[in-house]
Design a protein around this ligand. Structure first.
Ligand code: AP5
Ligand code: MG
Length: 214
C-alpha cells in the first residue's frame, strides 16, 4: 500500500506516521527527516539544505525527487509506504506519478489533514522530539509519561526544530498555500483524495485515517 499524508506544517503527519508504522507495519518516508539527517551529517547537500530550510522555503524539486526515488527502491520488501512531506509541488506530484508507474506501484490513498493556522502555531511552538530516537512530543498535548524520559527509548535528551520559530513557520505556511495546495486537484481527479479533520485529538485523527485505509 502507498499512502500519502498531506497537510500544512504541524498538521500531525509525523505523529500519525509513528502509530501507523507500528500498527500497520508501514515504512515512513519523510523528505523532511531525510534532509535533517543530511544537515546533521554535515554533507554538501546538508549544508545547502540547512540554509534553505532555515528560511521556510522549499528545497529544489530535483533534489527531493531523486532522494525519494532512491528511498522507494530500498523498500521493495516493505508491507507498504507512507509518504510524509512529499510531494509538495505540482512538479513533484507529476514526477512521483511517473516514478510509481515505472516501479509498478500505484497510490492507494491521499489523506489531507485539515488544521487551521491558529492551531498550527500552538502545535509548533510546543513541539519537541527525543534526540535519540526521534519520537515526537508536545509541551501540552503530547507529553512523555515521565516528563524527563522518552516513552519509546528512555533517553533523557530532547531537541526542538530550528524551523519552528514563528517567522519561519509563517513562511512554511505560505509555501504550503502557494505550492502544495495546488496539487490537490491532481489527486482529486484520480479519485484517491480524502479530507479529514486534523484538528481533533491524536486518537481521533488516527481513527479517521484507519477508517479510510481499512
Ligand atoms: P517537514 O519536516 O516535512 O515539515 P512540515 O511538512 O512542515 O511538517 P512538520 O514536520 O512540521 O509537521 P507534522 O505534520 O509532521 O506535525 P507533527 O506530527 O510533528 O519539512 C521541513 C522542511 O524541509 C521544509 O520546510 C522544506 O524546507 C524541506 N522539505 C521537506 N520536504 C520537502 C519537499 N518534498 N520538497 C521541498 N522541500 C522539502 O505535529 C506537530 C506537533 O503537534 C507535535 O508537537 C505533536 O505532538 C503535536 N500534535 C500532532 N497531532 C496533534 C493533535 N491531533 N492534537 C494535538 N497536538 C498534536
Ligand atoms: Mg513532520
Amino acid at each position: 500500500m502507498i499512502l500519502l499524508l498531506l497537510g500544512p506544517p504541524g498538521a500531525g503527519k509525523g505523529t500519525q506516521c509513528e502509530r501507523l508504522m507500528l500498527e500497520y507495519k508501514l515504512v515512513q518516508l519523510s523528505t523532511g527527516d531525510m534532509l535533517r539527517a543530511e544537515v546533521k551529517s554535515g554533507s554538501e547537500l546538508g549544508k545547502k539544505a540547512k540554509a534553505i530550510m532555515g528560511t521556510g522555503k522549499l528545497i529544489p524539486d530535483e533534489v527531493v525527487i531523486e532522494m525519494i526515488s532512491d528511498a522507494i527502491d530500498l523498500q521493495k520488501d516493505a508491507n507498504g509506504i507512507i509518504l510524509d512531506g512529499f510531494p509538495r509541488t505540482k512538479s513533484q506530484a507529476s514526477s512521483l506519478d511517473d516514478m510509481l508507474l515505472s516501479k509498478g506501484l500505484y497510490m492507494n490513498h491521499v489523506i489531507q489533514l485539515d488544521v487551521d493556522d491558529n492551531k498550527i502555531l500552538k502545535r509548533l511552538s510546543g513541539r519537541f522530539a527525543c534526540a535519540n530516537c526521534g519520537a515526537g512530543y508536545h509541551d501540552i498535548y503530547n507529553k512523555p509519561i515521565n516528563e524527563e524520559k522518552c516513552d519509546k527509548c528512555g533517553s533523557t535528551s530532547f531537541s526542538r526544530r530550528s524551523d519552528d520559530k514563528l517567522e519561519v513557520v509563517q513562511e512554511r505556511l505560505k509555501e504550503y498555500q502557494a505550492q502544495t495546495l495546488p496539487i490537490l486537484p491532481f489527486y482529486r481527479q484520480k479519485g484517491v483524495l480524502q479530507l479529514i479533520d486534523g484538528s481533533k485529538s491524536v486518537e481521533e485523527v488516527y481513527e479517521q485515517i484507519t477508517n479510510i485505509i481499512g
